[in-house]
Design a protein around this ligand. Sequence first.
Ligand SMILES: Nc1ncnc2c1ncn2[C@@H]1O[C@H](COP(=O)(O)OP(=O)(O)O)[C@@H](O)[C@H]1O
Ligand SMILES: [Mg+2]
Length: 243
Amino acid sequence: MSAAVAVEDLAFTYPGEHHSVFDGLDITIESGERVALLGPNGSGKTTLALHLNGLLRAQRGEIVIGGLVLDDDTLAQIRRQVGLVFQDPNDQLFMHRVRDDVAFGPTNLGLDTVEIARRVEQALHDVGAAGLAEQAPHHLSGGERRRAAVASVLSMNPEVLVLDEPTSGIDPLGRHELAELLTSLPQTQLVVTHDLPFAHATCARSLVLDQGKIALDLETKTLLNDPDLLARHRLALPFGYRS
Ligand SMILES: Nc1ncnc2c1ncn2[C@@H]1O[C@H](COP(=O)(O)OP(=O)(O)O)[C@@H](O)[C@H]1O
Ligand SMILES: [Mg+2]
């Protein structure tokens, strides 16, 4: 069986920049795995997330999703298969009601109204946000907004979820609820974060991005218990945290 996500020899430099973000990045994630992608600011986490559903295109190498190589012909299909939850929920939620945001993707797929309604109910139920359907996204708390953003991606029935800094802007209880939500979902997940306790709560495996390469690929608990390793990759636990 093909890996859920394979990044093979990816190279990418932003237009007009001298330094490449990646120059030969390789990652493999098996189906059903939840993997944390850790790394300091500027290490390329968001750039990678944007490649996984084709919002940025590889300048060399390949992105392969469920055995399908991302190219012009497969782009639309891969966009459906890989749900990207943006760092800022305001980039994802732009309608007047949560229900309409969650319906947006399925509506664009041209599904019939019965199927759209079914998917919206299911996605809102799966994220524990059925009661938020009629609310305006900008009236929600950070945690509620994040769950609504996840629902707006789940309604596309993706096989892979990529979440970019999902804990930013949410309080400790919301963070706890989000960890429970992610661990309850069946999708293969890449959780981009610099929140190490959150990575520990959601992902058994961690990848550490440093200088455009995967510097470490290890059990999250091993990383958390190794202060030297954390320091070497510019990662730090919150004050007072004990794993
Ligand atoms: N739109 C852009 N144009 C030029 N450089 C960018 C752009 N977005 C990010 N970068 C640069 O690419 C590198 C990786 O950024 P990013 O993927 O956002 O890192 P992270 O998400 O890990 O903080 C950084 O050096 C950043 O300054
Ligand atoms: Mg980022």
